[in-house]
Design a protein around this ligand. Structure first.
Ligand SMILES: NC(=O)c1ccc[n+]([C@@H]2O[C@H](COP(=O)([O-])OP(=O)(O)OC[C@H]3O[C@@H](n4cnc5c(N)ncnc54)[C@H](O)[C@@H]3O)[C@@H](O)[C@H]2O)c1
Length: 275
């Protein structure tokens, strides 16, 4: 990886670029950011902070043609579901690998199929990092042996569920004990709670699909961080994974781990050893 494109300049892009500036074995030839026009000043400020340590040349673009004209080897989407929909196919069809962090967008199976088709057509790869959860390597390995069940529990402080249908099901401000307000398939969770669907979608794609992955969503007044937990039964063994994420200082709604998982993917691409 010599030429990197990044979509977005928010919490995740900040963690990714700050980490790459510290960890890449050698500076990139080119770093190109794609952001909406109203974010160009924020994107430039991010480049002013980390760009000179990261790449010989840096640029900010407001359209996909400009980003692709800078000839990235790989583009990391660190933006939004809309960005995946708007740019994903074009990037993959151009032959450029695409790392997607807004994985909840892929609960739309039409979009998922179009992106995989575009990757095949362009000779590129759609890459899904583990995001806010870990253990995806073990889940995929277990799938190869035969999965029996995958159950995900997403636990967040009550205020983190404001603005979702949970508000109508619970008195979020008055909760004294943890309350399970959703139990169902990852498909239903993605449709009812689309902006909390990243982890459930990642588990569904890695494991036994949207219909067979069971999801429980919990509002828990005793916690201050988001807690992601999943339990797997399979022919090669059973395991559970629990991750208590710390929020990103740049965007408290997002998990720091997700940005580091994108950084890991990109550092692997620039390193002689992959882990
Ligand atoms: N996979 C996971 O586990 C996981 C975890 C946390 C967040 N996420 C996802 O990562 C994404 C980014 O999160 P964040 O915390 O950095 O958000 P943020 O709000 O801090 O930043 C988003 C950035 O994307 C840019 N952006 C938004 N729409 C765009 C578009 N259409 N084209 C180009 N740029 C666009 C904005 O300008 C902003 O710079 C979100 O979609 C979020 O759901 C995934």
């Amino acid at each position: 990886m010599k030429r990197l494109g990044v979509i977005g300049c928010g919490g995740i892009a900040d963690v990714v670029l700050t980490t790459l500036a510290k960890e890449l074995p050698a500076p990139l030839d080119q770093l190109s950011l794609l952001v909406p026009a109203q974010f160009t000043a924020q994107a430039q400020a991010l480049l002013d902070r980390v760009g000179s340590k990261l790449a010989q040349k840096c640029s900010v673009h407001t359209d996909i043609a400009g980003l692709l004209a800078s000839k990235p080897d790989v583009v990391a989407e660190c933006a939004s579901h809309v960005a995946v929909r708007d740019y994903g196919e074009t990037i993959l069809k151009s032959g450029c690998d695409l790392v997607v962090i807004s994985i909840g967008s892929l609960s739309d199976e039409g979009l998922y199929d179009r992106l995989v088709g575009a990757a095949k057509g362009g000779g590129a790869r759609l890459v899904l990092p583990s995001g806010a959860i870990g253990g995806i390597d073990a889940l995929v390995a277990a799938r190869l042996s035969g999965l029996e069940s995958v159950v995900y529990t997403g636990r967040k402080p009550p205020k983190a569920w404001k603005g979702t249908p949970a508000e109508k099901l619970l008195s979020l401000d008055a909760l004294a004990e943890p309350a399970v307000f959703f139990e169902g398939s990852a498909r239903k969770a993605a449709s009812d709670y689309p902006f909390n669907a990243n982890v459930a979608a990642t588990l569904a794609i890695a494991g036994i699909g949207l219909d067979n992955t069971k999801v429980r969503l919990v509002a828990d007044p005793s916690i201050s961080r988001n807690v992601h937990e999943f339990a797997v039964s399979s022919a090669c063994g059973d395991f559970t994974m629990k991750l208590e994420g710390r929020p990103s200082p740049a965007n408290p709604k997002t998990s720091l781990m997700a940005g580091y998982s994108v950084a890991r993917e990109l550092i692997n691409r620039a390193s002689p050893m992959v882990i």
